[in-house]
Design a protein. Structure first.
Length: 140
């Protein structure tokens, strides 16, 4: 199963406080372990929400909002995409992670939808553009 592992934002991450050299080294070693184990598909840190934008949808209307966004507890500071056997394996790997922030922090694990999860909504016509997009991303 694929999961997104979400590093929740903190006041420090939203303020742009950069990690220490020690944390950078520890995270690099952790990422290397994940890669060697065949777990990590991708992952990156995100700049503070002050550098971002949100687009709100209401029917055909689109409203663009500039950051920063007020609710730090609802923001993310980074992520990984992992391929794991199950949620227990994902939890075990997260428990090995260095604390990603200088103080208290949280990491959330969420399974990704797979095409099989969509049931009858997946038809040949609806699946074809998704498969083409995957081929383009994979360089095929």
């Amino acid at each position: 199963m694929r999961v997104m592992v979400i590093v929740k934002a903190t006041a420090d991450s939203e303020a742009g406080v950069m990690p220490s050299a020690e944390l950078m080294e520890a995270m690099g070693q952790y990422n290397e372990e994940l890669a060697k184990a065949g777990i990590m598909l991708s992952g990156d840190g995100l700049k503070p929400s002050a550098h971002g934008r949100r687009v709100a949808f209401d029917g055909a209307a689109r409203i663009v909002m500039d950051g920063p966004f007020a609710e730090t507890k609802e923001l993310i500071a980074g992520y990984w995409l992992w391929q794991v056997r199950d949620m227990d394996e994902a939890v075990a790997w997260v428990k090995r992670c260095p604390n990603p922030m200088p103080g208290p922090s949280e990491i959330e694990i969420r399974p990704l939808y797979e095409m099989d999860d969509f049931g009858d909504a997946v038809t040949e016509a609806s699946l074809a553009p998704h498969e083409r997009a995957r081929d383009i991303i994979a360089g095929r």
